[in-house]
Design a protein. Structure first.
Lengths: 255, 264
Protein backbone atom coordinates (compact mmCIF):
# COMPACT_ATOMS: atom_id res chain seq x y z
CA UNK A 1 0.00 0.00 0.00
CA UNK A 2 2.67 2.49 1.11
CA UNK A 3 5.05 1.07 -1.48
CA UNK A 4 2.41 1.77 -4.06
CA UNK A 5 2.10 5.38 -2.94
CA UNK A 6 5.88 5.90 -3.08
CA UNK A 7 5.78 4.37 -6.55
CA UNK A 8 3.09 6.80 -7.59
CA UNK A 9 4.97 9.77 -6.19
CA UNK A 10 8.13 8.67 -7.99
CA UNK A 11 6.21 8.47 -11.25
CA UNK A 12 4.72 11.94 -10.80
CA UNK A 13 8.13 13.38 -9.96
CA UNK A 14 9.82 11.88 -13.02
CA UNK A 15 6.98 13.09 -15.24
CA UNK A 16 7.41 16.59 -13.80
CA UNK A 17 11.16 16.49 -14.42
CA UNK A 18 10.68 15.37 -18.00
CA UNK A 19 8.18 18.19 -18.58
CA UNK A 20 10.60 20.74 -17.10
CA UNK A 21 13.50 19.54 -19.22
CA UNK A 22 11.34 19.58 -22.37
CA UNK A 23 10.15 23.10 -21.55
CA UNK A 24 13.73 24.36 -21.00
CA UNK A 25 14.88 22.70 -24.24
CA UNK A 26 12.03 24.29 -26.16
CA UNK A 27 12.83 27.67 -24.59
CA UNK A 28 16.53 27.30 -25.52
CA UNK A 29 15.63 26.38 -29.09
CA UNK A 30 13.07 29.17 -29.56
CA UNK A 31 15.65 31.65 -28.27
CA UNK A 32 18.66 30.42 -30.30
CA UNK A 33 16.58 30.12 -33.47
CA UNK A 34 15.41 33.68 -32.79
CA UNK A 35 11.75 32.65 -33.19
CA UNK A 36 11.22 35.06 -30.34
CA UNK A 37 13.74 37.84 -29.81
CA UNK A 38 16.20 36.59 -27.08
CA UNK A 39 16.24 40.08 -25.61
CA UNK A 40 12.68 39.44 -24.36
CA UNK A 41 12.93 35.89 -23.13
CA UNK A 42 16.60 35.27 -22.44
CA UNK A 43 17.72 31.66 -22.66
CA UNK A 44 18.09 28.88 -20.05
CA UNK A 45 21.81 28.37 -20.68
CA UNK A 46 22.37 32.11 -20.30
CA UNK A 47 20.35 32.21 -17.07
CA UNK A 48 22.38 29.30 -15.68
CA UNK A 49 25.62 31.03 -16.67
CA UNK A 50 24.48 34.29 -15.03
CA UNK A 51 23.46 32.51 -11.83
CA UNK A 52 26.76 30.62 -11.73
CA UNK A 53 28.88 33.78 -11.95
CA UNK A 54 26.64 35.81 -9.64
CA UNK A 55 26.69 33.04 -7.04
CA UNK A 56 30.44 32.41 -7.27
CA UNK A 57 31.43 36.06 -7.00
CA UNK A 58 28.84 36.47 -4.27
CA UNK A 59 27.11 39.65 -5.54
CA UNK A 60 23.65 38.11 -5.72
CA UNK A 61 24.03 36.60 -2.26
CA UNK A 62 24.87 39.97 -0.69
CA UNK A 63 21.79 41.49 -2.32
CA UNK A 64 19.66 38.51 -1.25
CA UNK A 65 20.88 39.04 2.31
CA UNK A 66 19.65 42.66 2.19
CA UNK A 67 16.25 41.52 0.95
CA UNK A 68 15.99 38.68 3.45
CA UNK A 69 17.08 40.90 6.33
CA UNK A 70 14.45 43.50 5.48
CA UNK A 71 11.79 40.81 4.98
CA UNK A 72 12.45 39.14 8.31
CA UNK A 73 12.51 42.51 10.13
CA UNK A 74 9.24 43.57 8.49
CA UNK A 75 7.73 40.19 9.32
CA UNK A 76 8.87 40.24 12.95
CA UNK A 77 7.66 43.78 13.58
CA UNK A 78 4.41 43.37 11.64
CA UNK A 79 3.57 40.10 13.38
CA UNK A 80 4.45 41.46 16.79
CA UNK A 81 2.20 44.49 16.44
CA UNK A 82 -0.47 42.50 14.61
CA UNK A 83 -0.70 39.95 17.41
CA UNK A 84 -0.44 42.61 20.12
CA UNK A 85 -3.25 44.72 18.68
CA UNK A 86 -5.32 41.65 17.85
CA UNK A 87 -5.16 40.43 21.43
CA UNK A 88 -5.82 43.92 22.74
CA UNK A 89 -8.95 44.06 20.59
CA UNK A 90 -9.99 40.61 21.74
CA UNK A 91 -9.78 41.71 25.38
CA UNK A 92 -11.18 45.22 24.89
CA UNK A 93 -13.82 45.20 22.13
CA UNK A 94 -14.31 48.94 22.70
CA UNK A 95 -10.70 49.52 21.57
CA UNK A 96 -11.49 47.63 18.39
CA UNK A 97 -14.61 49.73 17.80
CA UNK A 98 -12.46 52.85 18.17
CA UNK A 99 -9.62 51.77 15.86
CA UNK A 100 -11.68 49.84 13.33
CA UNK A 101 -12.58 52.67 10.88
CA UNK A 102 -9.00 54.02 10.85
CA UNK A 103 -7.51 50.59 10.33
CA UNK A 104 -9.92 49.56 7.58
CA UNK A 105 -9.35 52.82 5.73
CA UNK A 106 -5.60 52.33 5.94
CA UNK A 107 -5.90 48.69 4.96
CA UNK A 108 -8.06 49.56 1.94
CA UNK A 109 -5.27 51.79 0.62
CA UNK A 110 -3.08 50.05 -1.99
CA UNK A 111 0.05 49.77 0.12
CA UNK A 112 2.52 50.31 -2.73
CA UNK A 113 1.02 53.80 -3.08
CA UNK A 114 2.59 54.59 0.27
CA UNK A 115 6.08 53.78 -0.99
CA UNK A 116 6.97 57.36 -2.01
CA UNK A 117 5.94 58.61 1.41
CA UNK A 118 7.92 55.87 3.15
CA UNK A 119 10.97 56.79 1.00
CA UNK A 120 10.61 60.36 2.14
CA UNK A 121 10.32 59.38 5.78
CA UNK A 122 12.73 56.49 6.07
CA UNK A 123 15.12 57.17 3.19
CA UNK A 124 16.48 55.04 0.37
CA UNK A 125 17.84 52.46 2.78
CA UNK A 126 16.35 49.41 4.36
CA UNK A 127 13.96 51.38 6.60
CA UNK A 128 11.45 52.24 3.89
CA UNK A 129 11.39 48.60 2.71
CA UNK A 130 10.72 47.33 6.21
CA UNK A 131 7.93 49.90 6.59
CA UNK A 132 6.23 48.72 3.41
CA UNK A 133 6.49 45.02 4.28
CA UNK A 134 5.35 45.71 7.84
CA UNK A 135 2.28 47.61 6.66
CA UNK A 136 1.18 44.50 4.75
CA UNK A 137 2.04 41.87 7.35
CA UNK A 138 0.47 43.81 10.21
CA UNK A 139 -3.09 43.76 8.88
CA UNK A 140 -3.01 40.12 7.85
CA UNK A 141 -1.76 38.99 11.25
CA UNK A 142 -4.13 41.41 13.01
CA UNK A 143 -7.19 40.06 11.20
CA UNK A 144 -6.21 36.45 11.90
CA UNK A 145 -5.49 37.12 15.57
CA UNK A 146 -8.91 38.73 16.07
CA UNK A 147 -10.66 35.94 14.19
CA UNK A 148 -8.75 33.30 16.16
CA UNK A 149 -9.50 34.85 19.53
CA UNK A 150 -13.17 35.15 18.60
CA UNK A 151 -13.43 31.57 17.46
CA UNK A 152 -12.85 30.19 20.95
CA UNK A 153 -15.42 27.53 21.83
CA UNK A 154 -18.09 28.98 24.15
CA UNK A 155 -18.30 25.76 26.13
CA UNK A 156 -14.56 26.02 26.85
CA UNK A 157 -15.19 29.43 28.41
CA UNK A 158 -18.17 28.20 30.47
CA UNK A 159 -16.21 25.21 31.68
CA UNK A 160 -13.20 27.37 32.62
CA UNK A 161 -15.48 29.75 34.46
CA UNK A 162 -17.06 26.95 36.51
CA UNK A 163 -13.62 25.51 37.15
CA UNK A 164 -12.77 28.77 38.85
CA UNK A 165 -10.22 30.14 36.38
CA UNK A 166 -9.33 33.81 36.71
CA UNK A 167 -9.88 36.11 33.73
CA UNK A 168 -6.19 36.20 32.92
CA UNK A 169 -5.93 32.42 33.11
CA UNK A 170 -8.91 32.05 30.79
CA UNK A 171 -7.28 34.48 28.39
CA UNK A 172 -3.82 32.92 28.30
CA UNK A 173 -4.72 29.26 28.71
CA UNK A 174 -7.95 29.07 26.74
CA UNK A 175 -8.56 32.01 24.39
CA UNK A 176 -4.96 32.45 23.30
CA UNK A 177 -4.33 28.72 22.93
CA UNK A 178 -7.39 28.23 20.75
CA UNK A 179 -6.39 31.24 18.64
CA UNK A 180 -2.91 29.90 17.84
CA UNK A 181 -3.78 27.83 14.74
CA UNK A 182 -5.54 30.80 13.13
CA UNK A 183 -2.73 33.17 14.14
CA UNK A 184 -0.28 30.77 12.57
CA UNK A 185 -2.00 30.75 9.21
CA UNK A 186 -1.88 34.55 9.40
CA UNK A 187 1.86 34.39 10.05
CA UNK A 188 2.42 32.09 7.07
CA UNK A 189 0.63 34.47 4.75
CA UNK A 190 2.18 37.50 6.46
CA UNK A 191 5.71 36.27 5.73
CA UNK A 192 5.02 36.03 2.00
CA UNK A 193 3.47 39.49 2.04
CA UNK A 194 6.47 40.89 3.92
CA UNK A 195 8.66 39.63 1.07
CA UNK A 196 6.27 41.17 -1.44
CA UNK A 197 6.34 44.55 0.29
CA UNK A 198 10.14 44.58 0.53
CA UNK A 199 10.64 43.62 -3.12
CA UNK A 200 8.14 46.26 -4.23
CA UNK A 201 9.97 48.86 -2.15
CA UNK A 202 13.33 47.86 -3.63
CA UNK A 203 11.98 48.02 -7.16
CA UNK A 204 10.69 51.53 -6.64
CA UNK A 205 13.91 53.01 -5.24
CA UNK A 206 16.80 51.37 -3.50
CA UNK A 207 20.55 50.91 -3.36
CA UNK A 208 20.42 47.26 -2.40
CA UNK A 209 18.38 44.11 -2.57
CA UNK A 210 17.08 41.69 -5.19
CA UNK A 211 14.33 44.12 -6.21
CA UNK A 212 16.90 46.78 -6.97
CA UNK A 213 18.90 44.20 -8.98
CA UNK A 214 15.78 43.41 -11.01
CA UNK A 215 15.28 47.06 -11.96
CA UNK A 216 18.95 47.48 -12.79
CA UNK A 217 19.20 44.28 -14.87
CA UNK A 218 15.98 45.03 -16.74
CA UNK A 219 17.16 48.60 -17.34
CA UNK A 220 20.39 47.31 -18.91
CA UNK A 221 18.49 44.69 -20.96
CA UNK A 222 20.18 41.81 -19.15
CA UNK A 223 17.16 39.49 -19.53
CA UNK A 224 19.09 36.42 -18.41
CA UNK A 225 20.00 38.27 -15.24
CA UNK A 226 16.37 39.20 -14.58
CA UNK A 227 15.31 35.58 -14.91
CA UNK A 228 18.21 34.49 -12.71
CA UNK A 229 17.08 36.81 -9.91
CA UNK A 230 13.49 35.60 -10.33
CA UNK A 231 14.64 31.99 -9.95
CA UNK A 232 16.41 32.88 -6.73
CA UNK A 233 13.39 34.82 -5.45
CA UNK A 234 11.10 31.88 -6.15
CA UNK A 235 13.50 29.63 -4.29
CA UNK A 236 13.56 32.01 -1.30
CA UNK A 237 9.75 32.10 -1.23
CA UNK A 238 9.51 28.31 -1.29
CA UNK A 239 12.10 27.92 1.46
CA UNK A 240 10.37 30.49 3.71
CA UNK A 241 7.00 28.80 3.25
CA UNK A 242 8.47 25.38 3.97
CA UNK A 243 10.15 26.60 7.15
CA UNK A 244 6.81 27.98 8.36
CA UNK A 245 4.99 24.76 7.51
CA UNK A 246 7.61 22.76 9.39
CA UNK A 247 7.30 25.03 12.42
CA UNK A 248 3.53 24.75 12.26
CA UNK A 249 3.67 20.98 12.19
CA UNK A 250 5.93 20.92 15.21
CA UNK A 251 4.06 23.48 17.29
CA UNK A 252 0.57 22.30 16.38
CA UNK A 253 1.20 18.58 16.70
CA UNK A 254 -2.04 18.26 18.62
CA UNK A 255 -4.16 19.08 15.59
CA UNK B 1 -22.16 21.91 62.92
CA UNK B 2 -24.89 24.10 61.56
CA UNK B 3 -27.86 22.51 59.92
CA UNK B 4 -27.23 23.80 56.38
CA UNK B 5 -23.99 21.87 56.05
CA UNK B 6 -26.12 18.73 55.97
CA UNK B 7 -27.45 19.85 52.62
CA UNK B 8 -25.38 20.08 49.49
CA UNK B 9 -28.11 22.07 47.80
CA UNK B 10 -31.32 23.71 48.95
CA UNK B 11 -33.60 25.08 46.30
CA UNK B 12 -36.61 26.92 47.63
CA UNK B 13 -39.55 28.10 45.54
CA UNK B 14 -37.37 28.96 42.60
CA UNK B 15 -38.94 30.18 39.36
CA UNK B 16 -37.12 31.35 36.27
CA UNK B 17 -38.22 33.09 33.08
CA UNK B 18 -35.98 33.64 30.09
CA UNK B 19 -36.62 37.01 28.51
CA UNK B 20 -38.96 36.75 25.57
CA UNK B 21 -39.53 33.06 26.10
CA UNK B 22 -41.91 30.91 28.09
CA UNK B 23 -41.39 30.27 31.76
CA UNK B 24 -38.58 27.77 32.23
CA UNK B 25 -39.27 26.52 35.76
CA UNK B 26 -42.02 27.20 38.30
CA UNK B 27 -41.88 26.88 42.07
CA UNK B 28 -39.13 24.33 42.23
CA UNK B 29 -38.25 23.19 45.73
CA UNK B 30 -35.61 20.54 46.18
CA UNK B 31 -33.13 19.58 48.84
CA UNK B 32 -30.07 17.45 48.18
CA UNK B 33 -28.42 15.94 51.24
CA UNK B 34 -24.66 15.87 51.56
CA UNK B 35 -23.37 12.72 49.89
CA UNK B 36 -26.65 12.08 48.09
CA UNK B 37 -26.95 11.20 44.41
CA UNK B 38 -30.01 12.90 42.93
CA UNK B 39 -31.09 12.73 39.31
CA UNK B 40 -33.49 15.08 37.61
CA UNK B 41 -35.41 13.62 34.68
CA UNK B 42 -38.02 15.19 32.45
CA UNK B 43 -38.94 15.85 28.84
CA UNK B 44 -36.55 18.07 26.92
CA UNK B 45 -37.07 21.75 27.55
CA UNK B 46 -38.43 21.17 31.04
CA UNK B 47 -35.80 23.37 32.64
CA UNK B 48 -33.52 20.65 34.02
CA UNK B 49 -30.44 22.43 32.79
CA UNK B 50 -31.76 25.75 34.11
CA UNK B 51 -31.81 24.28 37.62
CA UNK B 52 -28.24 23.05 37.21
CA UNK B 53 -27.04 26.37 35.81
CA UNK B 54 -28.64 28.20 38.72
CA UNK B 55 -26.82 25.90 41.13
CA UNK B 56 -23.58 26.45 39.24
CA UNK B 57 -24.08 30.21 39.42
CA UNK B 58 -23.93 30.49 35.64
CA UNK B 59 -27.25 32.35 35.45
CA UNK B 60 -28.57 34.81 38.04
CA UNK B 61 -31.36 33.79 40.37
CA UNK B 62 -34.66 35.55 39.68
CA UNK B 63 -37.12 34.32 42.28
CA UNK B 64 -36.78 32.06 45.31
CA UNK B 65 -33.68 31.11 47.23
CA UNK B 66 -30.81 28.76 46.52
CA UNK B 67 -28.07 27.67 48.84
CA UNK B 68 -25.19 25.46 47.78
CA UNK B 69 -23.53 24.01 50.86
CA UNK B 70 -25.19 26.82 52.79
CA UNK B 71 -23.81 29.61 50.59
CA UNK B 72 -25.02 31.54 47.59
CA UNK B 73 -24.15 29.88 44.30
CA UNK B 74 -21.46 31.42 42.14
CA UNK B 75 -19.40 30.13 39.24
CA UNK B 76 -15.91 28.98 40.13
CA UNK B 77 -16.55 27.85 43.70
CA UNK B 78 -13.99 25.30 44.70
CA UNK B 79 -16.50 22.99 46.36
CA UNK B 80 -18.50 22.62 43.14
CA UNK B 81 -17.46 20.81 39.95
CA UNK B 82 -19.44 20.99 36.75
CA UNK B 83 -19.52 18.49 33.91
CA UNK B 84 -21.17 18.83 30.51
CA UNK B 85 -22.43 16.43 27.84
CA UNK B 86 -19.53 17.58 25.69
CA UNK B 87 -16.18 16.48 27.05
CA UNK B 88 -14.75 19.98 26.43
CA UNK B 89 -11.21 18.66 26.44
CA UNK B 90 -8.73 21.24 25.21
CA UNK B 91 -7.32 19.78 21.99
CA UNK B 92 -3.89 21.31 22.64
CA UNK B 93 -3.47 19.42 25.91
CA UNK B 94 -2.73 15.75 26.43
CA UNK B 95 -5.08 13.55 28.45
CA UNK B 96 -3.14 14.10 31.68
CA UNK B 97 -2.84 17.84 31.05
CA UNK B 98 -6.59 17.95 30.50
CA UNK B 99 -7.24 16.00 33.68
CA UNK B 100 -5.11 18.64 35.44
CA UNK B 101 -7.00 21.64 34.08
CA UNK B 102 -9.30 21.97 37.08
CA UNK B 103 -6.59 21.78 39.71
CA UNK B 104 -4.39 24.11 37.67
CA UNK B 105 -7.15 26.71 37.31
CA UNK B 106 -7.81 26.50 41.02
CA UNK B 107 -4.21 27.24 41.88
CA UNK B 108 -3.44 23.80 43.27
CA UNK B 109 0.27 22.93 42.95
CA UNK B 110 1.41 21.15 39.81
CA UNK B 111 2.79 18.20 41.76
CA UNK B 112 -0.48 17.68 43.61
CA UNK B 113 -2.51 18.24 40.43
CA UNK B 114 -0.58 15.69 38.42
CA UNK B 115 -0.67 13.19 41.29
CA UNK B 116 -4.46 13.44 41.44
CA UNK B 117 -4.90 13.50 37.66
CA UNK B 118 -2.78 10.41 37.18
CA UNK B 119 -4.61 8.65 40.00
CA UNK B 120 -7.99 9.28 38.41
CA UNK B 121 -6.76 8.49 34.91
CA UNK B 122 -5.73 5.15 36.33
CA UNK B 123 -9.17 4.75 37.88
CA UNK B 124 -10.85 5.36 34.55
CA UNK B 125 -8.38 3.00 32.86
CA UNK B 126 -6.56 5.58 30.77
CA UNK B 127 -3.16 5.87 32.47
CA UNK B 128 -1.54 4.37 29.38
CA UNK B 129 -3.08 7.14 27.29
CA UNK B 130 -1.94 9.95 29.60
CA UNK B 131 0.27 11.52 26.92
CA UNK B 132 -2.21 11.19 24.05
CA UNK B 133 -3.90 14.22 22.58
CA UNK B 134 -7.73 14.19 22.47
CA UNK B 135 -7.74 13.69 18.69
CA UNK B 136 -6.27 10.23 19.28
CA UNK B 137 -8.98 9.24 21.80
CA UNK B 138 -12.46 7.82 21.18
CA UNK B 139 -15.61 9.59 22.42
CA UNK B 140 -15.86 7.30 25.41
CA UNK B 141 -12.21 7.76 26.31
CA UNK B 142 -12.53 11.50 26.06
CA UNK B 143 -15.51 11.54 28.38
CA UNK B 144 -13.53 9.36 30.79
CA UNK B 145 -10.78 11.99 30.80
CA UNK B 146 -13.48 14.58 31.55
CA UNK B 147 -14.63 12.38 34.43
CA UNK B 148 -11.06 12.24 35.76
CA UNK B 149 -10.79 16.02 35.40
CA UNK B 150 -14.04 16.46 37.36
CA UNK B 151 -13.06 14.13 40.18
CA UNK B 152 -9.46 15.41 40.41
CA UNK B 153 -10.80 18.72 41.67
CA UNK B 154 -12.01 16.90 44.78
CA UNK B 155 -15.05 19.15 45.01
CA UNK B 156 -17.70 17.85 47.37
CA UNK B 157 -20.55 18.75 45.01
CA UNK B 158 -20.79 17.55 41.42
CA UNK B 159 -23.20 19.09 38.95
CA UNK B 160 -23.52 16.89 35.87
CA UNK B 161 -25.51 17.90 32.82
CA UNK B 162 -26.23 14.74 30.81
CA UNK B 163 -22.56 13.79 30.99
CA UNK B 164 -23.09 10.56 29.05
CA UNK B 165 -25.80 11.87 26.75
CA UNK B 166 -23.60 11.88 23.66
CA UNK B 167 -22.30 8.32 23.99
CA UNK B 168 -23.47 5.06 22.44
CA UNK B 169 -25.40 2.65 24.68
CA UNK B 170 -22.49 0.35 25.49
CA UNK B 171 -19.96 3.05 26.26
CA UNK B 172 -22.62 4.75 28.32
CA UNK B 173 -23.06 1.67 30.52
CA UNK B 174 -19.29 1.41 30.98
CA UNK B 175 -19.10 5.00 32.09
CA UNK B 176 -22.10 4.67 34.39
CA UNK B 177 -20.38 1.74 36.08
CA UNK B 178 -17.23 3.84 36.35
CA UNK B 179 -19.12 6.74 37.89
CA UNK B 180 -20.80 4.39 40.39
CA UNK B 181 -17.38 3.05 41.38
CA UNK B 182 -15.86 6.48 41.78
CA UNK B 183 -18.87 7.72 43.71
CA UNK B 184 -18.77 4.71 46.02
CA UNK B 185 -15.17 5.46 46.96
CA UNK B 186 -15.52 9.19 47.25
CA UNK B 187 -19.00 10.07 48.33
CA UNK B 188 -19.74 13.35 46.65
CA UNK B 189 -23.10 15.05 46.47
CA UNK B 190 -24.29 14.73 42.89
CA UNK B 191 -27.01 16.52 40.98
CA UNK B 192 -27.31 14.59 37.75
CA UNK B 193 -29.40 15.74 34.79
CA UNK B 194 -30.48 13.10 32.30
CA UNK B 195 -33.33 12.15 30.02
CA UNK B 196 -32.40 8.48 30.31
CA UNK B 197 -34.60 6.91 32.99
CA UNK B 198 -32.61 3.70 33.34
CA UNK B 199 -29.50 5.78 33.92
CA UNK B 200 -31.29 7.80 36.57
CA UNK B 201 -32.60 4.71 38.40
CA UNK B 202 -29.27 2.89 38.16
CA UNK B 203 -27.19 5.70 39.63
CA UNK B 204 -29.39 7.63 42.03
CA UNK B 205 -30.61 7.65 45.59
CA UNK B 206 -33.53 9.74 44.41
CA UNK B 207 -35.08 10.60 41.07
CA UNK B 208 -36.87 13.91 40.59
CA UNK B 209 -39.44 13.84 37.79
CA UNK B 210 -40.24 17.14 36.10
CA UNK B 211 -43.14 18.10 33.85
CA UNK B 212 -42.78 19.63 30.41
CA UNK B 213 -42.41 23.39 30.14
CA UNK B 214 -43.04 25.19 32.34
CA UNK B 215 -41.02 22.77 34.43
CA UNK B 216 -42.43 21.75 37.80
CA UNK B 217 -41.42 18.92 40.05
CA UNK B 218 -44.15 16.30 39.78
CA UNK B 219 -42.58 13.54 41.80
CA UNK B 220 -39.70 12.67 44.01
CA UNK B 221 -39.03 8.92 43.94
CA UNK B 222 -36.47 7.35 46.20
CA UNK B 223 -34.46 4.48 44.82
CA UNK B 224 -33.74 2.15 47.73
CA UNK B 225 -31.67 -0.30 45.70
CA UNK B 226 -28.76 -1.56 47.81
CA UNK B 227 -25.25 -0.25 47.19
CA UNK B 228 -22.72 -0.89 45.84
CA UNK B 229 -24.70 -1.44 42.66
CA UNK B 230 -23.63 -3.13 39.49
CA UNK B 231 -24.96 -1.69 36.26
CA UNK B 232 -25.16 -5.13 34.68
CA UNK B 233 -26.77 -7.13 37.45
CA UNK B 234 -29.33 -4.40 37.99
CA UNK B 235 -30.67 -5.25 34.53
CA UNK B 236 -31.75 -8.62 35.93
CA UNK B 237 -33.10 -7.26 39.20
CA UNK B 238 -36.94 -7.11 39.38
CA UNK B 239 -36.78 -4.33 41.98
CA UNK B 240 -34.90 -2.19 39.46
CA UNK B 241 -37.53 -2.79 36.80
CA UNK B 242 -40.31 -1.97 39.24
CA UNK B 243 -38.68 1.36 40.08
CA UNK B 244 -38.03 2.04 36.42
CA UNK B 245 -41.73 1.44 35.68
CA UNK B 246 -42.70 3.75 38.51
CA UNK B 247 -40.53 6.59 37.24
CA UNK B 248 -41.71 5.99 33.69
CA UNK B 249 -45.41 6.08 34.65
CA UNK B 250 -44.87 9.41 36.38
CA UNK B 251 -43.03 10.81 33.41
CA UNK B 252 -45.61 9.42 31.00
CA UNK B 253 -48.31 11.07 33.07
CA UNK B 254 -46.64 14.45 32.67
CA UNK B 255 -46.28 13.88 28.94
CA UNK B 256 -49.98 13.00 28.69
CA UNK B 257 -51.15 16.05 30.59
CA UNK B 258 -48.85 18.13 28.46
CA UNK B 259 -50.34 16.63 25.30
CA UNK B 260 -53.83 17.37 26.58
CA UNK B 261 -52.85 20.93 27.36
CA UNK B 262 -51.55 21.31 23.83
CA UNK B 263 -54.65 19.86 22.19
CA UNK B 264 -57.12 22.08 24.07
Amino acid sequence: MIGHEVDQRGKTLSAQLVALVLFLALWEWVSTAKIIEPLFIGRPSGIAKYLYTALTNGTILTEAAWTLGATLSAFALGSFFGIAFGLLFAVFPSAEKFFEPFFSAFNALPRVALAPLFLLWFGLGVGSKIALGLSLTFFIVLANTIAGARSVDRDFLILSQTLGASKSKIFFKVTLMSAIPTIFSGLKLGLIYALLGVIAGEIIASQHGLGQMLTFLAGTFDTNGVFGVLVLLGLIGVILTNIMTMLERRLLRWR
Amino acid sequence: MTSHVDFAAEIDNVSHIFSGRAQAIVDVTLKVKAGEFVSIVGPSGCGKTTILNLLAGLIPLQRGTIAVAGKQPHAGRHDVAYMLARDCLFPWRTAIQNAMVGTEFRGISKAEGSRRALGFLKRVGLDEFADHYPKALSHGMRQRVALARTFAMESSILLMDEPFGALDAQTKMQLEALLLDLWNDERRSVVFITHDLSEAVTLSDRVIVMSARPGRIVDNISIPLPRPRSVRSLQKDPAYHELYAKVWSRLEFTLDTNAQALST
